[in-house]
Design a binder for this molecule. Structure first.
Ligand code: 26V
Length: 829
C-alpha cells in the first residue's frame, strides 16, 4: 500500500518522566486498565514501554545486517531456555535505574514487577540455557547471529512436589500473552509431510525429483528481540508456530466432514504444542521428528528467501555468506533438507548442493551418553519424509565410497560408520548424518571433545581430523552476575570499575583483593553472600516451610535429575551426616543446609524415585529435634532459570559430582563459581577447566578419573566398598531398614539394588569414601572463615574464562568467521 511514512526512526526519550508517560499510555489507552488491575497488566505496560526503546535498535540492527555481502550465522536449536526478559533488557539498555524511579513514582517495586513475568521455559536444561546465553553474547559482541527455534505453547512442565513425589503440570507460559514476541505472518513458510517422490527429466535431461501428494503445515514466525549489552545491537530469535493450511481445512470441509477438518487442523497445530521434557533417553516418537523437520525446513526456507531478496537467485556465494550451527543432532535433518531445497527447489546439481551444504553446516555435540544419541527408524522416515530419506540414502552411498577408500578391506568399518544402522528395523543415526554433512564438529569442554575423538567418534576423527574441535561452554555474566547478584555487581564495580561486564577476563583484577590483609573487602564480600543467603532462605521458608540458618554452609546441587549426575551420592552423604549426628559424633561440627533441585523426565522412573528419596530424607532429618540446625535439607520445587538467579548467588558450596566422563560440560558449575561458591567436584566436563583456572587450592576435587572408571568398570564390585567402609555400612543399613520410608516400606529397593549392582554404570559407591572425606575437608575449611572467603573471592576472580563472550569469540574465530556489524546511530536509511 502506498504511503509516505518517513524512513527516519527517532530514538525515544528514556528519562523517568518519559518512561512514566509511556507506561501510563500503555496501561490506560492500549491495555485499557488503570490502578488496581491485576499485576500482569502492569508488567505488560512496563514491558511494552521498554520494548518501544528496544524496537528502535532492532530496526537499525536489521538494516545494518541485511546489507548485501554481510555474512550471517544461524543458531538452529529445538530449545531456547530464555527465562525472563524484562530485567535483562533493562540492564542492556542501561535503563534499570530510570525504570525503578519511574515505578517508584507510581508506588511500584521493579523487582516485584519483574517477578510477574513467566519464564520462557522452552528448554530442558543445560543445552537450552546454553543457547540462550549464546544469543545474549552474540548480540553483546555485535555478531550478526539469528536464532531459530520453536514456539511451544507449553514449555518445560511445572514441577509440584506432593508427599515427596514429583507431579507434572502444564506450563501455560503464554496465558497472559507475551509482550516480547511479535507475530510475523507475512513470513509464513510451508512445510511438507508424507506423500511420495516423483522423478522426472528436466529440459536438460537431468533427473530431478518432485515431492508430491504431501500434507502441508504452515510455519508462522514469532520474533523475539535479543538486545546486546549497551551496544545498540538487537538480534532476532525467530520461533516457528505450526498452523493448519487453509486448503487442508477446506478440502475436508467441502467433503462435509467438519469435525474431521478440525481434527486435521489440530494435528497440524500439535507440532509446536509441547516441548519434549526428556533430555536423555531418545524415545523415537513421530511427533518429535515432525518438530525437528518443521524447524529445519521452515528456517532454511526462510534463510533462502532472504538470500534471494538480497542477492537474487545466485547461489555461487551462498556458502561464503551463511553458516548454520546445529545445537546437538536435533536439527540435523537440516543436512538433507538443505540438499532438497537446493536441488528440488533451486535446481542445483548434487555436487554444487553438497558443496554448499558441507561448507555451511556445523554440528555441536552435547552428550556422550549412548542412550541420548538420536536414531530414527527408516520406516518412520519413509512414511513421514520420503524425499528426505532418498537424499539420506544417496548421501550415505557417497560417504560409504569415502569409507571404502580409507579402509578398502574393512567391511566392518562400513557397517559401523554407515548413516544407516542395519538390522531387522533399520535406523538412521543422526550423529553420523551430522558429522558427514558438517565442516565442523565440536564438543563443549576440553575433556568432552577429547573423549569424542578418542571414543564415540573415533573413526570419523581418523577420517576427517580437521573437522573436530573444542569450544568450552560459558554463561553470560549479564544474567548470571549483573542481574542475579546486584549486590556483588555493586561491590565489584566499586572495587575495579565496570569493564568486566563486557569483558569478563577483567574480573581477574579482583585477585589482589583475596589477599589476607584486604579485611575491608573480605567483610563486604561476605556481607553480600550473607544477604543473598537470606534472600534464598526466605524463599525456602515460604515454599518448603524449612528454616535455613544463614550461618550454616549452603551446600547446593541443582540440575536435571539423572543417575549420571549422582544426586544419589549427595543423598548418601546426607544420610551419613544424619547418622553421625545420631551417633553423637559431632565434635567440630559444621552446620549445613543442603538444597537439591531439579526436574525428572516424567517417564524416568528411577529419577523420580531419587526425588522421593531426597524428600523423605529431608522429612526425617528436619523433624528430628536432635538434629536441629546441624543439618537441614530441602528439595526446591520447580527449579528453573529464575530460581537459579536466586540460588547461585546464595551458594557456599556447588555440587558437581557426576561420574567422570559423563557430564559433557556443565554450566551451572560456572554460574556458581562466578557468584563465589566453592566447588566440590569430580574430574569431569568443565569442572576440570574450573579447577585449572582457580587452582587446586581453591577447589575440592574428589573421585575416580575417567581412565580409572573405565579400568574398574568391568570388575566393579560395589560390595567390596561396602565391606571396607563402616560409614557406608551405616548409611546402607539405614536405607535398607526403611528408616526414611517407614510408612511406605521397600519403595527405595530399586535404588538400593542399583547402588549395589556390579552393573551400576555410575559407580556411586566407588566414589563414596573419597566424597565423604572431601566433604569433611569442606567442613574443616569452613571453620576457617577468612580462608573460606579468600577462596570464595578467588573463585569469582578466576571465572573470566567462563563467559559466553569468550565462547562466542572462539566459535566466530574458528567456525563462523563473521565480521562484527554495528548498527548505525542517527537516521536510518
Ligand atoms: C536429548 C533429547 C533426547 C530425547 C528427546 C529430547 C531430548 C532433549 C535434549 C537432549 C539433549 C541432551 C544433551 C544435553 O542436554 N547436554 C548438556 O548440554 C550442556 C550444554 O552443552 C552441557 O553443559 C551438559 O553437560 C550436557 O549434559
Amino acid at each position: 500500500m502506498k504511503n509516505c511514512i518517513p524512513e527516519e526512526i527517532q530514538t525515544l526519550p528514556s528519562t523517568p518522566d518519559a518512561l512514566a508517560k509511556s507506561f501510563k499510555r500503555y496501561l490506560i489507552y492500549h491495555i485499557g486498565r488503570k490502578t488496581g488491575c491485576p499485576p500482569n497488566y502492569l508488567f505488560e505496560a512496563v514491558s511494552k514501554t521498554l520494548r518501544d526503546r528496544v524496537m528502535v535498535n532492532w530496526h537499525k540492527t536489521r538494516a545494518a545486517q541485511e546489507q548485501k555481502g554481510v555474512k550471517q550465522a544461524y543458531y538452529l536449536s529445538l530449545e531456547f531456555l530464555m527465562g525472563r526478559a524484562l530485567g535483562n533488557h533493562l540492564i542492556n539498555l542501561d535503563l534499570t535505574d530510570n525504570m525503578r524511579k519511574t515505578l517508584e513514582g507510581f508506588c511500584m517495586d521493579l523487582e516485584e514487577i519483574e517477578s510477574v513475568e513467566a519464564d520462557a521455559g522452552l528448554g530442558n536444561g543445560g543445552l537450552g540455557r546454553l543457547a540462550a546465553c549464546f544469543m545474549d553474547s552474540c548480540a553483546s559482541l555485535n555478531l550478526p547471529v539469528m536464532g531459530y527455534g520453536l514456539h511451544y505453547e507449553y514449555g518445560m512442565f511445572r514441577q509440584l512436589i506432593n508427599h515427596g513425589y514429583q507431579e507434572e503440570e502444564p506450563d501455560q507460559w503464554l496465558r497472559h500473552g507475551n509482550p516480547w514476541e511479535l507475530r510475523r505472518p507475512e513470513y509464513t513458510q510451508r512445510v511438507h509431510f508424507g506423500g511420495r517422490t516423483e522423478f522426472y527429466r528436466d529440459k536438460n535431461n537431468h533427473l530431478r525429483a518432485h515431492w508430491v501428494d504431501t500434507h502441508d503445515v504452515l510455519a508462522v514466525p514469532y520474533d523475539v528481540p535479543i538486545s546486546g549489552y549497551k551496544n545498540n545491537t538487537v538480534n532476532t530469535l525467530r520461533l516457528w508456530k505450526a498452523a493448519a493450511t487453509e486448503e487442508f481445512d477446506l478440502y475436508e470441509f467441502n467433503a462435509g466432514d467438519y469435525a474431521g477438518s478440525m481434527a486435521a487442523k489440530n494435528s497440524a497445530e500439535n507440532i509446536t504444542m509441547v516441548l519434549y521434557p526428556n533430555d536423555s533417553s531418545e524415545n523415537g516418537k513421530e511427533l518429535r521428528l515432525r518438530q525437528q523437520y518443521f524447524l529445519a525446513s521452515a528456517s532454511l526456507q526462510d534463510i533462502l528467501r532472504r538470500w534471494e531478496l538480497r542477492e537474487g537467485k545466485n547461489y555461487q556465494y551462498f556458502a561464503e555468506k551463511n553458516v548454520f550451527q546445529m545445537n546437538d543432532t536435533h536439527p540435523t535433518i537440516s543436512v538433507a533438507e538443505l540438499m532438497r531445497l537446493l536441488m528440488d527447489e533451486k535446481n542445483l546439481g548434487w555436487d554444487q548442493a553438497w558443496a554448499i551444504t558441507t561448507k555451511t553446516l556445523a554440528y555441536t555435540n552435547h552428550t556422550l551418553l549412548p542412550e541420548a544419541l538420536e536414531k530414527w527408524s527408516v520406516e518412520l522416515f519413509q512414511a513421514l519424509l520420503p524425499r528426505l530419506l532418498d537424499i539420506i540414502y544417496e548421501i550415505n552411498a557417497h560417504f560409504m565410497d569415502a569409507v571404502r577408500a580409507k579402509w578398502p578391506t574393512n567391511i566392518e568399518k562400513q557397517r559401523q560408520l554407515s548413516i544407516i544402522e542395519e538390522g531387522p528395523h533399520p535406523q538412521i543415526r543422526m550423529a553420523h548424518l551430522a558429522i558427514v554433512g558438517s565442516f565442523s564438529v565440536n564438543g563443549v569442554a576440553d575433556l568432552h571433545s577429547k573423549l569424542l575423538c578418542q571414543g564415540l567418534f573415533k573413526d570419523f576423527y581418523a577420517l576427517w581430523p580437521e573437522k573436530f574441535n573444542n569450544k568450552t561452554n560459558g554463561v553470560t555474566p549479564r544474567r548470571w552476575i549483573v542481574h542475579a547478584n546486584p549486590l556483588l555487581t555493586k561491590l565489584i564495580n566499586k572495587t575495579i570499575g565496570d569493564e568486566w561486564i563486557a569483558d569478563l577476563s577483567k574480573i581477574s583484577q579482583l585477585k589482589p583483593f583475596a589477599a589476607e590483609d584486604q579485611k575491608a573487602f573480605h567483610a563486604q564480600f561476605k556481607a553480600v553472600k550473607q544477604a543473598n543467603k537470606q534472600r534464598l532462605a526466605h524463599i525456602i521458608q515460604e515454599t518448603c516451610g524449612i528454616a535455613f540458618n544463614t550461618e550454616s554452609i549452603f551446600d547446593i546441587q541443582v540440575k536435571r535429575i539423572h543417575e549420571y549426575k549422582r544426586q544419589l551420592l549427595n543423598a548418601l552423604h546426607m544420610i551419613h551426616l544424619y547418622s553421625q549426628i545420631k551417633q553423637g559424633k559431632t565434635d567440630n561440627w559444621v552446620n549445613r543446609c543442603i538444597l537439591v533441585g531439579g526436574k525428572a523426565a516424567p517417564s524416568y522412573v528411577m529419577a523420580k524415585k531419587i526425588i522421593k528419596l531426597i524428600n523423605n530424607i529431608a522429612y526425617v532429618v528436619n523433624n528430628d529435634p536432635e538434629v536441629g540446625d546441624k543439618l537441614k535439607i530441602a528439595f526446591y520445587p520447580n527449579y528453573d532459570v529464575s530460581s537459579m538467579e536466586i540460588i547461585a548467588p546464595a551458594a557456599d558450596l556447588s555440587e558437581q559430582i557426576s561420574t567422570a566422563g559423563k557430564e559433557a560440560s556443565g554450566t551451572g558449575n560456572m554460574k556458581f563459581m562466578m557468584n563465589g561458591a566453592l566447588t566440590i567436584g569430580t574430574y569431569d566436563g568443565a569442572n576440570i577447566e574450573i579447577l585449572e583456572q582457580v587452582g587446586e587450592d581453591n577447589f575440592f576435587l574428589f573421585g575416580l578419573k575417567v581412565n580409572e572408571i573405565e579400568a574398574l568398570l568391568p570388575h566393579y564390585q560395589p560390595i567390596d566398598y561396602l565391606q571396607q567402609d563402616n560409614d557406608l555400612q551405616n548409611v546402607m543399613h539405614l536405607l535398607k531398614s526403611n528408616h526414611f520410608n517407614a510408612l511406605e516400606p521397600h519403595i527405595f529397593d530399586d535404588i538400593i539394588n542399583s547402588l549395589l549392582s556390579p552393573h551400576d554404570p555410575w559407580m556411586t559407591l566407588a566414589d563414596f569414601r573419597s566424597y565423604v572425606d572431601t566433604q569433611n575437608q569442606v567442613a574443616q575449611t569452613w571453620l576457617n572463615q577468612s580462608q573460606w572467603i579468600r577462596m570464595s573471592i578467588m573463585n569469582t576472580a578466576s571465572s573470566g574464562f567462563f563467559s559466553t563472550d569468550r565462547t562466542m569469540q572462539e566459535y566466530n574465530h574458528d567456525i563462523w568467521k563473521l565480521k562484527t556489524i554495528k548498527p548505525q546511530l542517527g537516521t536510518l536509511k
